[in-house]
Write a protein that binds this ligand. Structure first.
Ligand code: AKB
Length: 313
């Protein structure tokens, strides 16, 4: 199987590339991003700017890929600092990839959406799969528009494109950048350095979150699900854990005593306040058997072990 992974150097891409190699023994994987952060002679890496339409088209034409994972994006907080650029990369990048996939017969495409597609008018608790959506960030607007584009390409061109609305993703191998949920990753890196962390979200900001292994499992399970089982062609709600900074820090304190926490909410607080507190993912469970493996305790112990191992290496 030939796979192209665009956005391979990011938080999700770097772990997805490992998971694809482990899951599919005979995979021919091409990784693409603006630049190669982990040069390695065993990786087939291509430098790619998703806004360079000609390069996207020729890469996908030449590669004759069975699957394309398109993860390149600018996240919520960074997007608010650079709204035009975020719109351009998130939307025009998506169009370039979708057009190339249709033109060159790619069998399956994956594109991530996010809880950022919801907004203040959305029910915050147990947010349903289908409901009113009024995102307030450029990132969120691009995710909602992108979801509708995916459905459009599916209906108009028969493209098999699949998508998940990720919650905040927690991992230690590659740090995220520019997100609102990033406090829940940053805290582990900071504690490893100084045993002290100041949160940029207030103590009661409840948000849906997920450990990276669950996000990868969901992604690959969705891609392997029989097409006739899928009833959602925009993007599936995906839930795992919901916690507040206070609850996360309490659990970290239990497992790694001696840490100090305080709070200095900044502009990211308003973004967090516009997002769901918990997600109803019934449809994903029913259609393709979704169920997460990590609760808060397991997530915290895995992250503590992970950042400690980074310190030793
Ligand atoms: C962000 O915080 O922007 C992302 C997301 C929830 O999509 N982690």
């Amino acid at each position: 199987m030939k796979i192209l992974l665009i956005g391979s150097e990011g938080q999700l891409g770097s772990e997805l590339s490992r998971a694809l190699r482990n899951r599919y023994q005979h995979v021919e994987l091409t990784e693409a991003d603006l630049s190669n952060k982990q040069p390695n002679k065993d990786r087939h890496f291509v430098a790619l700017d998703v806004l360079d339409r000609k390069s996207v088209l020729s890469l996908i034409e030449e590669g004759q890929y069975d699957q394309v994972y398109h993860l390149a994006a600018i996240l919520s907080a960074r997007g608010e600092a650079h709204p035009r650029q975020a719109w351009d990369i998130n939307m025009n990048g998506l169009f370039n990839v979708l057009d190339a996939c249709v033109a060159h017969g790619v069998k399956q495409v994956y594109w991530p959406s996010s809880i950022a597609a919801f907004g203040p008018g959305t029910p915050r608790i147990d947010t349903p799969q289908s409901c009113f959506m009024d995102p307030v960030t450029v990132y969120g607007i691009s995710k909602l528009s992108g979801e509708l584009c995916c459905q459009y390409y599916h209906q108009r061109f028969g493209l098999d494109i699949r998508s998940l609305r990720y919650p905040g993703i927690i991992s230690y191998a590659t740090p995220p950048g520019g997100g609102t949920t990033d406090y829940a990753v940053e805290v582990f890196y900071e504690l490893a350095k100084s045993r002290q962390y100041t949160s940029f979200l207030g103590p009661e900001s409840r948000l849906p979150m997920m450990y990276i292994d669950d996000a990868i499992k969901a992604t690959l399970d969705l891609m392997e699900a029989p097409a006739e089982k899928l009833s959602i062609h925009t993007s599936y709600n995906l839930g795992a854990i919901s916690f507040t900074p206070a609850e996360l820090f309490e659990e970290i304190g239990q497992q790694w005593p001696g840490a100090r926490f305080d709070y200095a909410p900044d502009h990211r607080q308003a973004i967090a306040d516009s997002w769901p507190a918990s997600i109803n993912d019934e449809q994903a469970r029913k259609d393709w058997g979704w169920s997460p493996d990590y609760d808060l305790k397991k997530l915290v112990s895995t992250m503590i072990e992970g950042v400690k191992s980074l310190q030793l290496s």
